[in-house]
Design a protein around this ligand. Structure first.
Ligand code: RNT
Ligand code: ZN
Length: 420
């Protein structure tokens, strides 16, 4: 059977449950997912040498990582050619591109240092998201940035944040697409602190100052990302869940909350937090990742929690602007282009599966307290011929179907990566 024949049969089966698969495909095509530039080079960037520091860690030494902007752009283009769906690109400040021997520190960054990213985005009709880089830098003092008790240190990082607001505004104006600017620091303590409130008060004041930089909230969406702990900061994280959520809640006119599903205690699930936050916030942002035991940033799989996150996004009306979607993982132990591709495709799969779930019917069963039947139906939905809808979606997007792209990775590895 051809893809078209299989799709026709699947479409009929879904239609019996009240699901319009054509509409689902059309909807997903419009929704951008932000692809993180940092999978391509293990979060190193172009503004410093040396390893990562500050509660963030990559492991693995797979050959062929990108070490120049040209290589990173080429690798991203390769990966993007293998992924269906609309994209944005998520850039970190450490990926500033200096030309003609120029170099400025992070507090002095200007839009011009990201001109090449804008060109890259325009070439592919994409928006850009942005992140100040509060890690891997000598100005981190004793593991602290925005919450440092050292005024000069804190000032440096505030100025970095303000510079990033200006760059985010530039991204939005150049691309015509709003820029999500995410504030995350790994500030914290390895062992029991004597003062938990001081760092948090300083962190709050620092974010206040960053967000006092003028910007248009329709164009720049600053977020605060929370975290439960990081490597080396096991006892205390300044930007904890309550801190970050409350910061966003108290500053709704200039900031939105960001949840990374690697940043919670292992039995907590972000799928359940999405509707909770959307009850109170007009917009929220997500980092979709895969924690194994902790915030290990493994490549996103088509697993239960990814599917559940996607279902909540769809059911809560999140695809229409309210939920800002981004990926955040970095695996240095496997082919990085494959990592990008598998993770992106898996999240697309989860979103498409959520779009073809008969949510209205299932909700009705819940509201009528027909919970026995709800369980039966929810289980049956799992074995509908979803793969045929997915194949059709890939084809319509001009992307390879499952089974037809890995050879491309092998070829690129042999022809390009292995020569680096
Ligand atoms: C770290 C946070 C953060 C980073 C990126 C690189 O735990 O998840 O979002 O992964 O900024
Ligand atoms: Zn994250």
């Amino acid at each position: 059977m051809t893809t078209a024949e299989r799709y026709a049969s699947a479409k009929e089966m879904y239609a019996k449950l009240g699901v319009d698969t054509d509409a689902a495909i059309a909807k997903l095509k419009e929704v951008p997912v932000s692809l993180h530039c940092w999978q391509g080079d293990d979060v190193i960037g172009f503004d410093h040498d040396g390893p990562l520091t500050g509660g963030i860690q990559t492991t693995g030494n797979y050959p062929g990582k990108a070490t120049t902007p040209e290589q990173l752009f080429a690798d991203m283009e390769k990966a993007m050619s293998l992924m269906p769906g609309a994209k944005k690109i998520n850039v970190h400040a450490s990926y500033a591109i200096f030309e003609d021997g120029e170099f400025v520190d992070r507090d002095q960054l200007e839009p011009k240092h990201f001109k090449r990213w804008v060109e890259f985005a325009k070439k592919h009709n994409m928006g850009l998201d942005f992140n100040p880089t509060f890690f891997s830098h000598p100005k981190m003092k004793d593991g602290l940035t925005l919450s440092s008790p050292d005024e000069e240190t804190r000032r440096f990082w505030i100025n970095h944040g303000k510079a990033c607001i200006r760059i985010s505004q530039y991204f939005a104006e150049e691309t015509g697409i709003p820029c999500i600017m995410n504030i995350w620091t790994g500030d914290g303590y390895k062992d029991i602190p004597a003062d938990r409130m001081g760092p948090r008060m300083r962190y709050k004041e620092s974010i206040d100052e960053i967000l006092s930089e003028p910007f248009d909230f329709n164009k720049v969406k600053p977020c605060v990302e929370s975290k439960v702990f990081g490597i080396g900061v096991e006892a205390f994280t300044a930007g904890s869940g309550e801190f970050s959520l409350l910061y966003a809640a108290m500053n709704k006119d200039k900031c939105i909350p960001l949840m990374d599903n690697g940043h919670y205690h292992p039995t907590e699930v972000v799928s359940d937090k999405i509707p909770a936050l959307l009850t109170f916030f007009d917009e929220i942002a997500l980092h979709v990742t895969r924690p194994i035991r902790w915030d290990s940033d493994h490549v996103v799989l088509f697993d239960d929690e990814t599917k559940e996150i996607a279902k909540e996004i769809v059911r809560c009306g999140g695809l229409d602007r309210r939920v800002k979607l981004a990926l955040d993982y970095f695996d240095a132990s496997i082919n990085r282009i494959s990592a990008w591709t598998v993770g992106f495709r898996n999240f697309q799969k989860a979103l498409l599966m959520a779009l073809v779930t008969p949510s209205e019917e299932l909700k009705k069963l819940q509201d009528e307290n027909r919970l026995t039947e709800l369980m039966v139906r929810q289980e049956e939905v799992k074995t509908l011929p979803f793969g045929d809808v997915w194949a059709k979606y890939c084809e319509e997007c001009g992307a390879p179907v499952d089974g037809a792209w890995f050879d491309e990775i092998v070829k690129y590895e042999n022809e390009v990566l292995s020569k680096r």
